[in-house]
Design a protein around this ligand. Structure first.
Ligand code: NAD
Length: 260
């Protein structure tokens, strides 16, 4: 379906980003991987995508908190693969604390990586998408892009901001062949959430299994984690012709978290 096209997925060395990169590769799309981690493990991910799906890959170690590295990543990706037709803004971090104790540098880091990076990637990717008359931008927001939770001020502000950026980018690109949408997942069992489960188990003096159940039960009526593969399938749909008129949407996939 996306043969001949290329996708850049930020934060794709782990979790949701890796699930989305894999689903896009399965449709024949070339992949730019980005994110941190052990270089040998990242090389194995790239080799695995190439072997399983016959696609080209490229890896950028750009830090999403650094606008100059983001711009260089886009230039390099277009030079190596020929185009960036699909942009998935997925890189993100979490930090929890009440506002009055929230460290300034953690606020700045969460806003930079979870929100400002998507502005810089979008700004860099849009001109060539518009000139080719086709592009797909998929922003990985969160249920926290639609509702709040205590102790997550920076994350909730960044994700609400990302939903806002999605709407503005969709308005500005209407009738250009480019669509811009946000996906708003509930709980997905990735390293980012495993840390919150471990913290919860430690805080409440319960087993990790109990903490995992408690985490789901607190917010999400459907007591099941969404998988990176399910989010990959939704991203692939947003890249399909069936979704050509779907733009500016913020789509919950959250087990009814935001339904009440
Ligand atoms: P994860 O920790 O498994 O993966 C995060 C990825 O981002 C990794 O590849 C990491 O290397 C990369 N990354 C972190 N900081 C970076 C930086 N400065 N520059 C470049 N890459 C960086 O987390 P995940 O759960 O897969 O989260 C992915 C996205 O999904 C995040 O934006 C997160 O907010 C969002 N999300 C996650 C959940 C969930 O339940 N896991 C729910 C809703 C939204």
């Amino acid at each position: 379906m996306l043969k001949g096209k290329n996708a850049l997925v930020t934060g794709s060395t782990s979790g949701i980003g890796l699930g989305i990169a894999t689903a896009l590769a399965e449709t024949g799309c070339g992949i730019v991987l980005n994110g941190f981690g052990d270089r040998a493990a990242i090389d194995r991910i790239a080799a695995d995508l190439e072997a399983r799906f016959g696609v080209r890959t490229h890896y950028s170690a750009a830090d999403m908190s650094k606008p100059s590295e983001i711009r260089a990543m886009l230039t390099e990706a277009e030079a190596v693969l020929g185009s960036v037709d699909v942009l998935v803004n997925n890189a993100g971090i979490q930090f929890t604390s009440p506002i009055d104790e929230f460290p300034d540098d953690r606020w700045d880091a969460v806003i930079a990586i979870n929100l400002s990076s998507a502005f810089h990637t979008t700004k860099a990717a849009l001109p060539s998408m518009k000139s080719r008359g086709w592009g797909r931008i998929v922003n990985i927001a969160s249920a926290h892009g639609l509702v709040g939770s205590a102790d997550k001020s920076a994350y909730v502000a960044a994700k609400h901001g990302l939903v806002g950026l999605t709407k503005v980018a969709a308005l500005e690109t209407a009738n250009t062949g480019v669509t811009v949408n946000a996906i708003c997942p509930g709980w997905v069992l990735t390293p980012l959430v495993e840390k919150q489960i471990a913290d919860g188990a430690h805080r409440d003096g319960v087993t990790v299994e109990q903490a995992r159940h408690d985490l789901l039960a607190e917010k999400q009526p459907l007591l099941q984690f969404t998988t990176p593969a399910q989010l990959g399938a939704l991203a692939v749909f947003l890249c399909s012709d069936s979704a050509a008129t779907m733009t500016g949407a913020a789509l919950p996939i959250d087990g009814a978290w935001t339904a009440h």
